[in-house]
Write a protein that binds this ligand. Structure first.
Ligand SMILES: Cc1cc2nc3c(=O)[nH]c(=O)nc-3n(C[C@H](O)[C@H](O)[C@H](O)COP(=O)(O)O)c2cc1C
Length: 208
């Protein structure tokens, strides 16, 4: 699979006055834990809803697509209606939480079910963000790498990440400023479009 670096295409920033529509997908083993508290602050600054993946019926990727009647496709329709997607998850063993992994895996449905392919292409050009917590000062490169490669593959633009070290738990007096700065960045974001019209440089391809 060969992907063109975004830099090769002329870019155009689409200016706007209203905040881009934004959805937050959240998944943690506990709703009110560190990541949940961080995401709550960001969502309240932005006035956006948090979708807790734990509350949805979403089964693992199925090569035979025998799970098309679960909550994944209705959720994707909501995601596709937005300009920006926030992925909020703790770092569990250098990776995303299980339900977040299921969601990311299920995006493959939109690559390999022919009738969903056109819809899946609408992921291209959306801004993608990561909200995460761990017990280290930086998110692990393995964790961030998986997100960055996924965004690149799907033709999404990486808007930024907020990560806080929750070794001593979520501390509002320490961590709120990071939440506020991140929310400001999301609120002030614009869409990037290419001279090709579509807002991304890659074609969706079926993963190997
Ligand atoms: C199963 C599990 C695996 C974890 N793996 C890591 C890890 O790989 N790196 C790290 O820095 N912290 C790791 N942690 C710590 C969590 O990332 C950290 O406590 C986080 O803030 C928990 O967020 P939560 O309250 O939303 O679950 C792990 C915690 C758990 C429960």
């Amino acid at each position: 699979m060969e992907l063109k670096p975004y830099g090769l295409l002329p870019l155009e920033i689409r200016h706007h006055t209203d905040m881009l529509s934004t959805i937050a997908l959240f998944s943690s083993a506990r709703r009110q834990g560190n990541t949940g508290q961080l995401m709550e602050r960001i969502a309240s600054e932005l006035g956006i809803e948090i979708v807790d993946l734990a509350g949805l019926r979403m089964s693992c990727y199925d090569y035979h697509h025998g799970n098309r009647d679960d909550d994944f496709e209705p959720l994707m329709r909501r995601v596709l209606a937005c300009d920006q997607i926030i992925f909020a998850t703790p770092i569990y063993w250098y990776a995303v939480s299980p339900a977040m992994k299921v969601f990311l895996d299920r995006i493959s449905d939109y690559l390999d079910i022919p009738e969903l392919l056109a819809e899946g292409r609408r992921l291209r050009g959306k801004n993608a963000y990561v909200v995460c917590t761990s017990v280290c000062d930086e998110p692990s490169p393995e964790f961030m790498g998986a997100f960055l490669e996924t965004f690149r593959y799907l033709g999404m633009y990486f808007g930024g990440v907020v990560h806080v070290n929750c070794e001593s738990g979520f501390l509002p007096e320490v961590h709120d400023s990071a939440a506020t700065a991140f929310a400001r960045m999301v609120r002030d974001a614009a869409l990037v479009t290419t001279s090709l019209g579509a807002a991304a440089s890659t074609d969706l391809q079926v993963p190997l």
